[in-house]
Design a protein around this ligand. Structure first.
Ligand code: C2E
Ligand code: MG
Ligand code: MG
Ligand code: MG
Length: 288
């Protein structure tokens, strides 16, 4: 059948390409207006302590509400913004907004901001971060920056300078989606990270196959010897959480603990858990 429809397949493929290019141009054009028209907002997903059940920090995640398309996921528009050179203004907006919003939380937990490689490779990144913190009145110790291995393809000296500068200020740096790249281990040796986020794909199979458990176990012991915090991402089931507790993974994030939520809900969650110890909700228990 493949042979018979060979010609057709080629045509369909061609039309796809055409549509993708048009789609890309449309998105680029709309992205230009999205910032000015206030179509972006941030949602916050809790990172919890498996022992105490406390919310330890929140990760800020961008959301785009397009007037016609509706919700456009970041996996769809961030790559377009990167290619079209729009990621710098969008990234600056995310940083400033996250700092301002976190400064208003009822408890001083940290906020984590994701940065795309072009953003982290800016020569004046440290100044930008300092300005955003100062303007918001947020202490540097309350900001985490999450980067992925894609960053390491950039100028190594710029990456290192920015990391050293940010850490000297008290800002912490996390390596996101750990294990999905090609040479994660060599990055850990060359760059001074504070924290590793184990990619969801490894957490997913916990409780199912022994390989997943072995991998998560060795990342945890790697973290202990390198004195890095480890966060398990994408925890969705009780079984996964139980496995992570057995492996003594302290920090977890995922739909089971809390979906990304609007600012007001994050504030209420912090308020609810700032009551005396006994009243604090424990991780994994059903939400009230
Ligand atoms: P990430 O930084 O690894 O963020 C985690 C993603 O996993 C988020 O998707 C989150 O909603 C999702 N997630 C959390 N828990 C679970 C779970 O238990 N199960 C499943 N299936 N998914 C879970 P989201 O918000 O769609 O973001 C996707 C990616 O887009 C992020 O991955 C990050 O790389 C990027 N991104 C998001 N916001 C920003 C931003 O403000 N700036 C930049 N540069 N990138 C961003
Ligand atoms: Mg992240
Ligand atoms: Mg991740
Ligand atoms: Mg990711």
């Amino acid at each position: 059948a493949a042979k018979r429809s060979g010609r057709n397949t080629f045509m369909v493929y061609d039309e796809h390409m055409e549509r993708d290019a048009a789609e890309q141009r449309g998105l680029e054009r709309d992205l230009l207006e999205a910032l000015a028209n206030r179509q972006f907002h941030l949602v916050y997903q809790p990172v919890c302590d498996t022992g105490s059940g406390e919310v330890m920090s929140f990760e800020a995640l961008i959301r785009w509400h397009h007037p016609v398309r509706g919700a456009v996921p970041p996996s769809h528009f961030i790559p377009v913004a990167e290619q079209a050179g729009m990621i710098l203004p969008i990234g600056a907006w995310v940083l400033e907004t996250a700092c301002v919003e976190a400064a208003s939380w009822p408890r001083p937990v940290r906020v984590a901001v994701n940065m795309s490689p072009p953003q982290f490779l800016q020569l004046d990144l440290c100044d930008q971060v300092r300005r955003a913190l100062d303007r918001a009145g947020l202490p540097p110790g309350r900001l985490d920056i999450e980067v992925t291995e894609g960053l390491m393809l950039g100028d190594e000296e710029v990456v290192l300078n920015n990391m050293v500068g940010l850490r000297a200020m008290g800002v912490r740096i996390s390596l996101d989606d750990f294990g999905t790249g090609h040479s994660s281990l060599s990055y850990l040796r060359r760059f001074p990270f504070d924290r590793i986020k184990i990619d969801r794909s490894f957490v997913q199979n916990l409780g199912g196959d022994v390989e997943a458990r072995a991998i998560v176990h060795s990342v945890l012991s790697l973290g202990r010897s390198l004195k890095l915090d480890i966060v398990a991402e994408g925890v969705e089931t009780d079984l996964q959480l139980r496995e992570l507790r057995i492996l003594r993974c302290r920090l977890v994030q995922g739909y089971l603990l809390g979906r990304p939520m609007p600012l007001a809900a994050a504030q209420s969650l912090l308020q609810a858990t700032s009551e005396p110890a006994g009243a604090a909700r424990s991780v994994g228990s059903p939400t009230a």
